[in-house]
Structure formats: structure tokens, C-alpha cells
Design a protein. Structure first.
Length: 216
């Protein structure tokens, strides 16, 4: 479990920050921290250009340049020396060119909404996604997310797209199933090793001989 002492700026050595962005009239961004040797993640920053008043969404009046500069400035606090923020976003975003003027690069997330929601639920249900206590909009949208009573004619059971702009940023990040670079460099398990492990034929501990038992 991550703790507040882990949320230092700049990031501790070996940590990664992955961002998600939702664009349009209502814009938002969230930062997710990934420590080495862990499958957990922690959301430490949200940047909606709106708020909720009495359950109704309300714009805060930020221009795109103002919002973009604020997001990039916060990113630089976590990652000093980095001049561009790369963030996952909808592949159909119309803001790719405009945000590039402010050093924000949108990476097209090709995964569909239904899959994004399902993977995000997996993180939340397994308590692998944590949220900083100062966040307000993301927890609100998670609590108020809604689904239709029935699946569509195509068999899809997608979340209703309403008042979910910061929630979208979370789903963009988690749907990529990000893994730390150190974990990606681990030697993959061979077919033989996986077969032996799954069938419990032999203990793969190098100090154990299949016939003689443990030795030093």
C-alpha cells in the first residue's frame, strides 16, 4: 500500500507518472503514479476545468491555454527537466494539434469504452488503485457513474456517458494496464516453466532437486 510519504515531488527514483486527458468543452487531466516492483497505482492530481454545484456541472471559465499551462506546470513539479507531457486520450480528440502548442501530446487510446471500464473496475475491486485525499471530482464521478438497465442490441453494456470527464482520464490510463519498466525487463517465464508450475510437477527452486530433495 502506498502512503503519503511516497507522494513526493519530484518523484522518487524509479517511479513513473502516467497521465490521462479528456478534451472538449469540459476538459480534465489526472496523474497516476506507478512505483517500481508493484502493481498498485495512486492518483495524486486532477485538473478539471469545471466543478459540481448541487449535482450540476459548471465550467470554471479557464481558457485552453490557461488550463494547459497549469497542467504542464504541475507535471514539471513531479518530473523536473521534462518539457512535454504525453497523456492517453480518446483517439478522436479534436485537440491534438492545439494542445501541442502547449507541449501536451495526446496519445490515442484505441481501447473501447466497455473494455476501459472493465479494466478500471478490476483495479478498483482489487484495491490496486488509490486516490489522494485531496481529490474531489474523480471520487464524485466514480460514485455517480451510471449504467443502462439493459445491454444494447449489439450486446454492449457500456457506462452512460454523462458527467464523467475526469473519470474518463482514469479509465484511459488504467485500460493500458501500465507496468513499470523494471517489471517489463523481467525474464519472461518459459512454456516449460509455466507448465511445471501450473501442474506442480517439480519445485523450480534451484536448491531443490526433483529426485534428491533440497540441497545447499
Amino acid at each position: 500500500m502506498l502512503s503519503p510519504k511516497d507522494l513526493r515531488r519530484p518523484l522518487p527514483s524509479g517511479w513513473q507518472l502516467i497521465a490521462g486527458i479528456d478534451t472538449g468543452t469540459y476538459m480534465s487531466c489526472s496523474f497516476w503514479l506507478f512505483p517500481p516492483d508493484s502493481h498498485e497505482t495512486f492518483c495524486v492530481y486532477e485538473a478539471p476545468n469545471y466543478r459540481y454545484v448541487g449535482g450540476e456541472i459548471e465550467l470554471l471559465g479557464y481558457s485552453v491555454p490557461e488550463w494547459s499551462r497549469a497542467v504542464l506546470d504541475e507535471y514539471k513539479r513531479f518530473c523536473p527537466g521534462v518539457t512535454k507531457l504525453k497523456a492517453w486520450a480518446d483517439q478522436n480528440s479534436q485537440f491534438k494539434t492545439e494542445l501541442q502548442h502547449y507541449n501536451i501530446v495526446l496519445l490515442a487510446n484505441l481501447r473501447k469504452l466497455e473494455l476501459r471500464v472493465e479494466i478500471s473496475r478490476e483495479y478498483v475491486n482489487n484495491r490496486r488503485a488509490h486516490y489522494a485525499p485531496w481529490l474531489s471530482v474523480l471520487p464524485y464521478e466514480m460514485e455517480n457513474a451510471r449504467w443502462p438497465d439493459e445491454a444494447t442490441s449489439a450486446g454492449k453494456f457500456e457506462r452512460i456517458k454523462q458527467d464523467d470527464h475526469t473519470l474518463d482520464t482514469m479509465e484511459h490510463v488504467l485500460s493500458r494496464r501500465p507496468r513499470h519498466k523494471a517489471m517489463l525487463r523481467e525474464k519472461p517465464e518459459t512454456f516449460r516453466e509455466r507448465f511445471l508450475r501450473q501442474n506442480k510437477i517439480v519445485d523450480l527452486d534451484p536448491n531443490i532437486d526433483a529426485h534428491l530433495g533440497r540441497h545447499v
